[in-house]
Design a protein around this ligand. Structure first.
Ligand SMILES: [Zn+2]
Length: 328
């Protein structure tokens, strides 16, 4: 166990809850409320969120004013979010174990007495009934489900992942989609370059455009699809940069000789070889664009890959059984 997981286990014990190390969630019931406590962002392991489902007898959820009031009432609480029957209490980043224990127990106690005092009863995330629920990680989020809704949801996930598997990947379509999507990135490179900027933004736009394009026309995004998409990104970034030079060349001299942009585009390597475009300048600019492509594209690809992994995944917190048929 790492220090972080040791600390989670200690926090769980202090709060009278349990720690599921496989799913990295502190969970359990307090005063009838089903709780999941986790770090929403893995890079901030000590910034925890407390997640539960509750609503009042007339089916109403926590109001905005009440959320604000709850957030203000405890020092450790940074914000309170409400979505459907879900209430998420976000705590501030607290790396010191003793402080973290206090922060979590304070936040749980205050939140639950707040909910109780205002008539918000624990309920199922989906049907809203005040019945026995258990915590789940489903589709990348957290849920507190009664056995009936759990069964329905599992059925839906199963159907949608079977549907996905039945869908054949169309690689040619995917490549065409990726190329069309990459035009957004190319446009972004050219526009920003013409304005005198090189920015990670164009890398992110390129990555989103290419991955979305592949998925739309290729039917689904597999690991193979991601690899092909990366190749398309690298090639189209080169093309975008060269097109940018061609536009500059056309504006400065080409137009005077009656050349169009594509003729200028073809001449770029000759211009670099002959020194008309300074080699160092050309390479430096291209290198910068590639660095920014990586800066923008890597987080996009990583989050897309994580999303894909969680799409049809449903795990009961506290068990090792998970349902995921997306492995390919
Ligand atoms: Zn239910």
């Amino acid at each position: 166990m790492s220090k972080l997981t040791d600390n989670y286990a200690a926090v769980a014990a202090a709060a009278g809850l349990r720690y599921d190390s496989a799913n990295n969630v502190i969970y359990g019931q307090r005063n009838g409320y089903d709780l999941c406590i986790y770090a929403a962002d893995r890079n901030y392991g000590y910034m925890l969120s407390i997640h539960t489902a509750a609503r009042n007898r007339s089916g109403q959820a926590l109001t905005k004013d009440e959320s604000r009031e709850l957030a203000k009432s405890v020092k450790a609480i940074m914000s309170v979010k409400q979505d459907g029957n879900h209430i998420t209490v976000v705590l501030s980043n607290t790396p010191k174990l003793e402080k973290l224990k206090t922060a979590v127990t304070d936040a749980i106690n205050s939140t639950l007495s707040f909910l109780q005092a205002r008539g918000y009863e624990p309920c199922c995330s989906i049907c809203g009934q005040n019945v026995e629920t258990a915590g789940y990680q489903a589709g990348g989020g957290y849920m507190h489900l009664c056995s009936e809704c759990e069964g329905k949801m599992r059925g839906n996930f199963m159907a949608s992942s079977q549907e996905k598997q039945r869908k054949k990947e169309n690689i040619i379509g995917g490549i065409i989609g990726a190329l069309i999507g990459s035009l957004l990135g190319v446009a972004c490179i050219i526009i920003l370059n013409q304005l005198g900027y090189v920015a990670a933004l164009s890398g992110a736009v390129m990555a989103v455009g290419v991955l979305k394009g592949y998925e739309l026309l290729g039917g689904k995004l597999t690991t193979k699809g991601i690899v092909i998409s990366v190749v398309v990104m690298l090639l189209m970034t080169y093309l975008g940069d060269r097109l940018d030079w061609a536009i500059v060349m056309h504006r400065e001299i080409g137009a005077g000789y009656g050349m169009n942009i594509f003729e200028c585009y073809r001449l770029i390597p000759t211009m670099v070889e002959s020194g008309a475009i300074e080699m160092n300048n050309y390479l430096l600019n291209l290198g910068m664009i590639y660095i920014f492509l990586l800066l923008g594209a890597i987080p996009t690809i990583r989050s897309r890959a994580a999303e894909r992994k969680n799409e049809n995944r449903m795990v009961k917190i506290g068990t090792v059984s998970s349902y995921n048929t997306l492995e390919q």
